[in-house]
Structures are given as C-alpha cells and as structure tokens.
Design a protein around this ligand. Structure first.
Ligand code: FPP
Length: 255
C-alpha cells in the first residue's frame, strides 16, 4: 500500500490526507501557529550523520510545512530558527547555520514570492553578518506585498530580550503610553498576533525563551517526532488536537 506512515505505524494515503485537511478547514483554525523546530541533531545522530544534515533536512521540512499551512488556511506561522542562546553552540555548527540561512534565503527569494509567502524576521539583526542582513532585507522587501501565509522567522531571537528592550525603549521614547499595547509597539513585529497554537517536535516540553509574551494564552502541543521527520500529517494532528480544546482565556467554560 502506498501511503505515509506515522510514528505509530498507522498508514494514511494522499486521498485520506486531503479529506482530513478539508474536515479541519470546516472548524476553528488557529490563526497563528508557532513552531520550535527541535530534534535536528538527534535525527542526524540516529542515522550516523553529522548534526548539520539534520538542519539541512529541517529546511525542507520548513518549506513543506509553510505550504501546508497555506493550503490549510493558517494565516501566520512563526518558527524558531536561531535563538540568542544558540551562539553558544560549537563554532562549526553556528557557522554552518549562518551559511545555511544565507544560502536558503538566496535560493528561495523568488520561490517565496511565487508561493505568495510574506516573510518577516524577528530578532536582533545587528549581530548578524552584513551579507545575511542584506538578504534578509531583500526577502522582506520582495515579499512585502504577498498576502498568503505570513512566515515569521525568529533569528537571533530571545523573548526576554525582546520584552526587556521594549521596556527600555518605552521608558526612553514612549511618550507616556505605559500600556500593554504601548510596550508591544517596541517589539520586533508589533503587528504579530498572539499565538494560538505552539507546536514543539523533538520530545522536549519547554518554551525555550520563545514568544513568551505572545504565548500568554497559547495552546501547547508537544510531539516526539523530530523536526526533519515532521509532516503535514503531524501538523493536522496538532491542529485537530487544538480544535478539541476548550479555550477559556481565564473565564469560566461556556461563558
Ligand atoms: C534545533 O534542533 C534546531 C535549530 C537550532 C536550528 C533550526 C534551523 C532550521 C530547521 C533551519 C531553518 C532554516 C531556515 C532557512 C529558517 P537541535 O539542533 O537543537 O536538535 P537536537 O535537540 O536534536 O540537538
């Protein structure tokens, strides 16, 4: 039988996958999905490959899942590509990742426009190489008018730093608007909506300094699947799980 296997060995073919997608579309979809793309290194290790191969495969997964979000009708997708803490990894891996970002954005710049994907970056850019900053600006500019999925890529991102620096800016330049909205105005992307669903593949159950403010009421979904193995089916599973939750936002159920 031709099909896609999941971790538990259940097979699902293309037609069933399509039906599943159409069913999900009829219910409340998360407007903003955030993903911590974890497990690249372990995926590679399991296969006797260098960790870098996991990151390379992780890019393919990101392309596939961005497209799947578009087809499903998820408007905003935010992914954690490099944290402020990731600079502490071995130099070789950091260099590889920076090079991978550079080459991927150069290669995909036109394809993103063709696929109507709008890209925005979150994080501190000034610490990145000038050539990387340049291609990031170009991708943002080229895709500025795209109105399909908004793909937000967190690069050199740390949530505490985002909140702390916003607070400093608000105090120094904020013209007295000491409100939550006033603070958000100094975030990397002030228009980023709150996260509805956080997905973390790779088996760890933590937030790792990712979008802490924006995830105040997010539903959290953890799966053992490593990011390079993550498929549309895993996305659908997470969205289905989300649709079966009761979100109360601090109120009593049924209000
Ligand atoms: C975490 O897995 C993953 C990263 C720190 C890098 C994520 C980057 C990508 C998937 C590439 C994205 C590319 C673009 C162009 C945005 P890990 O290395 O911590 O895995 P481990 O926990 O198994 O060691």
């Amino acid at each position: 039988m031709r099909g896609l296997a999941d971790k538990g060995g259940i097979f699902i073919n293309k037609k069933e996958l399509e039906k599943w997608k159409e069913k999900l579309k009829t219910k409340n979809l998360p407007a903003h999905v955030a993903i911590i793309m974890d497990g690249n290194g372990r995926w590679a290790k399991k296969r006797g490959l260098p960790r870098e191969e996991g990151h390379r495969k992780g890019v393919e997964t990101l392309k596939k899942i961005t497209q799947a979000c578009g087809e499903l009708g998820v408007k905003n997708l935010t992914v954690y590509a490099f944290s402020t803490e990731n600079w502490n990894r071995p130099r070789r891996e950091v260099n590889f990742l920076m090079d991978l970002f550079q080459r991927t954005f150069e290669r995909e710049a036109e394809e993103l426009v063709k696929n109507n994907v709008r890209v925005l970056f979150l994080g501190n850019r000034t610490e990145m190489a000038p050539s990387l900053q340049k291609i990031m600006r170009k991708v943002e500019k080229n895709t500025a008018k795209c109105n399909g999925v908004n793909l937000n890529i967190a690069l050199n991102y740390g949530s505490r730093r985002e909140i702390f620096e916003a607070a400093v800016n608000l105090c120094q330049r904020g013209e007295g608007d000491f409100s939550e909205k006033g603070l958000e105005n100094y975030f990397y992307n002030p228009d980023l909506p709150d996260v509805d669903l956080l997905i973390r593949p790779g088996g760890e159950k933590r937030l790792s300094n990712f979008l802490l403010w924006q995830m105040a009421y997010a539903e959290l979904y953890f799966t053992e699947v490593f990011w390079p193995d993550f498929t549309e089916k895993d996305l659908y599973q997470a969205v289905e799980d989300f649709q079966n939750r009761q979100r109360r936002f601090g109120k009593v159920g049924g209000e």
